[in-house]
Design a protein. Structure first.
Length: 679
């Protein structure tokens, strides 16, 4: 074989190994199944070809869509034209109709003529007013698939834009957004039809990565930075980006000015000139000039990112922020506000932190932690790069977008919905997603109460997801559980069979929400000492009210001796809770390796031995009381008197007293001088 032939064969083999070669064949097979022999013709429409985030996304995705075998063209209606040479270099045809010069009537006539002449299969209005112009023209000319696009979390443009988009939404095939939170903006449309949303994240192309070269900073800036660490942000000086929070953070960390400086790259649009002037006044008045700089916009963002030790995003709302993905590719730890769906951007304490919008305290705290720990910054930066490669590769995201196009085109032709190709993991079912969240959010079987594990937590995960969608806070759920528990205790105190049944049902609801508050806090990443304290306080009051309510209710028919019985049960129940902590401290002091004695003590671990032990462990706690009392009250509805409830209360009290005594004995055996007996 000649060297030329070998080289040709090697190139063909390499091309066949590329992932898009398989993907191209798969897309072609789907189209042929519906009788389509040629490529799918797609028009992607934007507002301009300037150097904004949406324009860069178009320029990154379109060449990869072409490599997948789609015939892709571009349309825009206003300047600037900065990225047009890049598209032409990649062989992408671009149509420009100057709306400002043509006027509305001529512009619409030429746009409708373009749609009729080219006969596109899919028109994707990528963002902004392109939804109205390109999307509206496509609908008027009968394009089979018309997709809208929205790139932010809020609905801008006022009433006219909202009305126009609502009309487009009534007729189009769906919307492509770059973050799931963008559906909040589409939710503000007048729902002539519920928006159908496809999520395709922003893309980064390795060909855009800055090669090592000349230093980005000039001599004056380099001298100002010196050997200090640089904390940076990139974005326009607008209310959305909240640069004032950036200055607040720099002011809160002014005690680190000798080794840290803060730089923001980005200019102010004309409408935000007053904000830019106010920022410069603040820097001068508050004495921040020595460690804060507002730098001019630059096309070489990668060069600026190479100067940084950590990246900060202070925005109030975003879609999928390009600045953060660029920082991740540069290997930087991320501290950002909770302004969008952060699931693909930040893994808590692995590549960065998410803080509440508008609050300088948490933001400054996390930045200071990163500044104090070089090893953490290095580890976070490596994780950021790994996440960037996983979620924001341009070839993979173009593949996801191409599947949306083919899927919607098949639906428009009346064909079957596109099956997931073999190399793409299908979207899991709702039950599978619930199982995955259970593993992530719920305690393990050995850590959870038996009744909670086998019954309540099968339901609580679905309630937790509903509460998260409704925007309910974990502390509000804790307070609701406390209110239900106290209401159940009051129902028991009435002393009637129906009161005990109603109280038992209220306690069941209380226990459900008591499981939900922790799951919700972990799901929203809002666990806090304040929430833990509120939860423990709720347990104390509800458990006390539960036992006393049962005693008062039963004493109405059996006599005051039941009150003494319930008082003893209450002391044993609360004493056992405190006894767990005593056992932990004694075991740690004795050096017996029982630092987790409160979770793995005899009564906590016995429930994993057999079902009999599980039942015994269940009866030892508050869930055993309110569940057993509910069953006993139901039995007493068919029997005279309170015999079943009273018998159960006596038996439960004996069990709890025995458990408390065993706990104290276990702590005693680990006291100094009792080692032989403990072993």
């Amino acid at each position: 074989m000649s060297s030329e032939a070998a080289s040709t064969l090697g190139c063909v083999t390499a091309a066949a190994d590329r992932p898009w070669d398989f993907r191209r064949r798969w897309l072609r097979s789907r189209l042929r199944a519906l009788g389509r022999t040629g490529p799918l013709r797609v028009l992607i429409a934007g507002n301009s070809l300037g150097r904004g985030g949406a324009e860069h996304q178009i320029a990154r995705l379109m060449p990869h869509l072409g490599e997948l075998g789609l015939s892709v063209e571009h349309f825009y209606h206003s300047g600037p034209h900065g990225l047009r040479p890049r598209l032409e270099q990649c062989g992408v045809r671009s149509h420009f109709l100057d709306k400002g010069r043509l006027g509305q009537q001529r512009f619409w006539c030429q746009l409708l003529s373009l749609m009729r002449r080219e006969r596109y299969d899919v028109v994707h209005a990528f963002t902004g007013t392109a939804n109205v112009y390109a999307g509206g023209a496509a609908l008027l000319t009968g394009v089979p698939v018309v997709l809208g696009g929205w790139r932010n979390r809020v609905m801008a443009g006022g009433l006219p834009m909202r009305l126009a988009l609502s009309l487009v939404n009534a007729c189009n095939s769906g919307w492509v957004v770059n973050a799931s939170t963008n559906a909040e903006a589409l939710g503000r449309l007048w729902h002539l039809r519920r928006p159908k949303v496809h999520v395709v994240a922003n893309a980064l192309d390795p060909r855009d990565h800055r090669a090592p070269g000349e230093p980005w900073a000039d001599a004056e800036l380099s001298e100002w930075i010196g050997d200090r660490l640089v904390i940076g942000a990139v974005g326009s000086l607008t209310t959305q980006k909240d640069p004032e929070l950036f200055l607040d953070m720099a002011g809160a960390l002014r005690h680190l000015a000798d080794r840290t400086c803060f730089c923001w790259v980005g200019g102010a649009p004309q409408r935000q000139a007053e904000l830019a002037a106010r920022l410069h006044r603040r820097i001068a008045v508050e004495g921040l000039a020595g460690h804060v700089r507002l730098l001019a916009p630059t096309d070489d963002v990668g060069g600026f990112l190479d100067l940084l030790s950590a990246f900060v995003l202070t925005s109030r709302w975003e879609g999928c922020p390009n600045a953060v993905t660029e920082a991740m590719r540069a290997g930087l730890p991320i501290v950002m506000t909770d302004c969008t769906d952060t699931a693909k951007l930040v893994e808590w304490d692995r590549n960065g932190y998410v803080v509440p919008p508008g609050r300088v305290g948490p933001l400054a705290l996390r930045v200071e932690q990163l500044l104090a720990d070089p090893e953490r910054r290095r580890r976070f930066g490596e994780r950021s790069q790994a996440l960037c490669r996983r979620h924001f590769d341009a070839a993979d995201n173009a593949w996801e977008l191409a599947k949306v196009y083919v899927h919607e085109w098949e639906r428009a032709r009346g064909g079957p919905a596109t099956a997931s190709p073999p190399d793409v993991e299908p979207r899991p079912s709702r039950a599978a997603r619930a199982r995955a969240l259970k593993q992530k959010l719920q305690l393990s079987r050995t850590e959870s109460e038996p009744y909670a594990w086998h019954v309540v937590r099968r339901v609580s995960i679905h309630v937790t997801l509903l509460l998260a969608r409704l925007g309910v806070s974990p502390n509000a759920v804790t307070l609701l559980a406390m209110a239900l528990g106290l209401a159940g205790a009051c129902a028991w105190a009435l002393g009637t069979d129906l009161g005990f049944v109603a109280g038992g049902m209220l306690f069941q609801l209380m226990y459900l929400f008591d499981c939900c508050d922790g799951e919700l806090a972990r799901h929203l990443d809002r666990t806090s000492p304040r929430g833990a304290f509120l939860d423990l306080t709720g347990h104390f009051f509800v458990n006390s009210a539960m036992v006393l309510g049962a005693g008062i209710g039963l004493a109405r028919g059996a006599g005051p001796w039941v009150l003494w019985l319930s008082a003893g049960a209450l002391l044993a129940l609360l004493g056992d809770e405190y006894g767990r902590g005593v056992l932990l401290r004694v075991a740690q002091k004795a050096g017996k390796g029982l630092a987790d004695a409160h979770e793995h003590g005899s009564f906590r671990s016995m429930k994993s031995r057999s079902r009999v032990y599980e039942v015994a462990a269940f009866l030892c706690g508050a869930p055993g009381l309110f569940t057993g009392m509910l069953a006993a009250a139901a039995a007493d509805l068919a029997l005279p008197g309170d015999s079943v409830k009273l018998t159960f209360m006596v038996g439960w009290t004996v069990i709890v007293l025995a458990k408390f005594a065993a706990r104290l004995r276990q702590a005693y055996l680990y006291l100094p001088g009792q080692e032989g007996q403990a072993s």
